[in-house]
Design a binder for this molecule. Structure first.
Ligand code: ZN
Ligand code: ZN
Length: 360
């Protein structure tokens, strides 16, 4: 497997030069992982023109050098990694220092300001910008995470029964994901039944699933740190009625149009419009109140955005979700979500795209 970490660090260094910055403190853990390979829960990276320093604590004394290898100089600090960072900054005295304004706490900012008075400048999504474009290994990991998620759902779907609780379904699904090797759940699994399927970000509850109800399942897997994010909506215990079929059909058509029509280079708002037009023409525009999708990778929500307010072109190589929905309060809702790789020559589905209406 190709080691991309050196090239990633060089790309960020070049961005620092064009921003007029000499060095960057990286505190966001997914960015640290992407730059150095370190997967621990606490650490800092100081990126200077000639060096990548990974500061972490005693818990990672064995793991950090193993994971970082030649990609970073590892310093294990037994007391405070922030005090150690201050010492390193005193010693190196960069002319200017960037920090990640989108994730830095006020307390951390105060510490950086004390160490680098007058030389400190906030950056926003500097590393995230480069993380949008996935290399082949990253795409392979997301593809595996999607396949694993489909296998787990295929095992659980036939076991779902009227009269059991949402929580029981979520428990079995999460168990099936873990037993197949998902490293963890990328987010809290959503299992929402009946009227609760109209809550776009429902919390799985103890509600008992009724006959003929929609069951919306939004879930994913993590493989090699990379997330899949998939939603399926099924009907439980009885054939779908006419209204359920109609609403489901509208969402499935919109989703297919968007996942086939989305292109690298298209502004995020144009991608969003692909799914919105048909739902709007059918009179349900107000019931599709969230954006069409988002990037996935080391984080389940990352750049780019597919939204009416996103005017930036979607970069070739990004992996994004396509997830339109219609939510009718007190009746129910449908969302269908698949994961798409934006290749330069067109979109490629990484999830299975099986969005036909299933009755269990
Ligand atoms: Zn989702
Ligand atoms: Zn999503």
């Amino acid at each position: 497997m190709a080691d991309r970490r050196g090239a990633r660090q060089e790309a960020v260094r070049a961005a620092l030069v064009s921003e007029g910055l000499e060095a960057l403190v990286v505190t966001h853990l997914p960015n640290i992982r992407w730059l150095t390979g370190f997967t621990g829960s606490a650490g800092l990276v100081l990126l200077t023109p000639s060096n990548t320093l990974l500061l972490t604590d005693f818990r990672y004394a064995t793991q950090a050098p193993q994971e970082a290898g030649a990609a970073a100089e590892v310093v294990i600090e037994r007391a405070s990694i922030w005090n150690r960072l201050t010492k390193e900054l005193d010693r190196r005295a960069p002319a200017s220092l960037g920090f990640e304004a989108q994730v830095t706490t006020v307390r951390e900012h105060e510490r950086l300001e004390a160490a680098c008075r007058g030389r400190l400048r906030g950056t926003i999504d500097l590393v995230e910008h480069y993380r949008q474009v996935k290399d082949p290994e990253e795409v392979a990991a997301i593809r595996s995470a999607a396949a694993l998620a489909h296998e787990a759902l295929a095992e659980v779907l036939p076991t779902i029964r009227v009269g059991e609780r949402e929580l029981d379904v979520a428990t079995r699904l999460e168990g099936a994901l873990r037993s197949r090797g998902s490293e963890w759940h990328p987010f809290e699994t959503i299992v929402a039944s009946g009227p609760r399927s109209a809550l776009p970000h429902a919390r799985t509850s103890t509600r008992v699933i009724g006959r003929g109800e929609f069951l919306l399942i939004d879930y994913g897997a993590i493989v090699d740190g990379y997330c899949s994010d998939i939603t399926r909506t099924v009907v439980v215990g009885a054939p779908a009625d006419e209204r359920q079929q109609r609403i489901y059909g509208l969402v499935a058509d919109a989703q297919r149009r968007a996942r086939e029509g989305v292109r690298a280079g298209m502004p995020g708002c144009d991608a969003d419009a692909l799914a919105r037009t048909g739902i709007g023409e059918a009179g349900y525009g107000e019931a599709f109140g969230h954006s069409l999708g988002h990037g996935i990778g080391l984080e389940v929500h990352e750049a780019p955005r597919l939204a009416s307010t996103a005017d930036q072109p979607l970069p070739a190589g990004a992996v994004v979700t396509i997830e339109p929905g219609i939510y009718l309060p007190s009746w129910g809702g449908v969302r269908l979500e698949d994961d798409v790789w934006l290749r330069p020559d067109g979109p490629e589905l990484l999830s299975d795209g099986r969005t036909e209406l299933i009755v269990i």
